[in-house]
Design a binder for this molecule. Structure first.
Ligand code: SAM
Length: 192
């Protein structure tokens, strides 16, 4: 099993678009408690998913995970704790990536919501736009960004921001997201 059912959202997106392949460099934003990183870890050592689904094989790929919150370490996952919106933390992340071109950036980041729609929309937008900026700087030309967004105010602007940065933009709503109806994922494929 996984630490969180969130893993099944990434699994569905991956099964539909075939994004994750062994050997890749992947950045996992908003990674706690680590279910997406676990999924990536297993995809990078497919034969090693043995008893209890535990991945024990040699890791073929790079996973760099970031979150405000700490979580139980996953062998082979490079974790950075901090706020993605904090300059110093962003520099730490960039240092971990180094000059390796990134294949895939996945973001399940969700800010703490205030309940005030206009404030929340602005917060989500800022966070996703930062993920787009990071992707523009670090993705391979054919690289991919998957980011959680929310329907409602701000959604159209985020689709536009994705379209500015990526050749192809695809919204996906995994079945595993059905409980939170506003949640959708935008997938940007290939930098412009
Ligand atoms: N994908 C994760 C998994 O599979 O276990 C679940 C992620 S959870 C839905 C959203 C996460 O985003 C939270 O752990 C939260 O701390 C993180 N987050 C929100 N804002 C953030 C920020 N500014 N910087 C880093 N992490 C952030």
């Amino acid at each position: 099993g996984y630490r969180s059912r969130a893993a099944y959202k990434l699994k569905e997106i991956d099964e539909e678009l075939r994004l994750v392949r062994p050997g890749q460099v992947v950045v996992d934003l908003g990674a706690a408690p680590g279910a997406w990183s676990q999924y990536l870890r297993r995809r990078f050592a497919p034969k090693a998913a043995g008893v209890g689904g535990a991945a024990v094989g040699e890791l073929n790929g790079t996973i760099i995970a970031l979150d405000l919150l700490d979580f139980e370490p996953i062998e082979g996952v490079h974790f950075i704790q901090g706020d993605f919106e904090d300059e110093a933390v962003l520099r730490q992340l960039e240092a971990a990536v180094g000059d390796r071109p990134v294949d895939l950036v996945v973001s399940d980041m969700a800010p703490n919501l205030s309940g005030v729609e206009i404030t929340d929309a602005a917060r989500i937008e800022a966070l996703v736009e930062l993920a787009i900026d990071f992707s523009r700087q670090h993705l391979k030309p054919e690289g991919v960004l998957v980011a959680k967004v929310f329907h409602g105010s701000g959604y159209t602007q985020l689709v536009e921001a994705f379209k500015k940065a990526f050749k192809k933009v695809k919204p996906i709503k995994p079945k595993a997201s059905r409980d939170r109806s506003a949640e959708t994922f935008l997938v940007g494929i290939g930098l412009k």
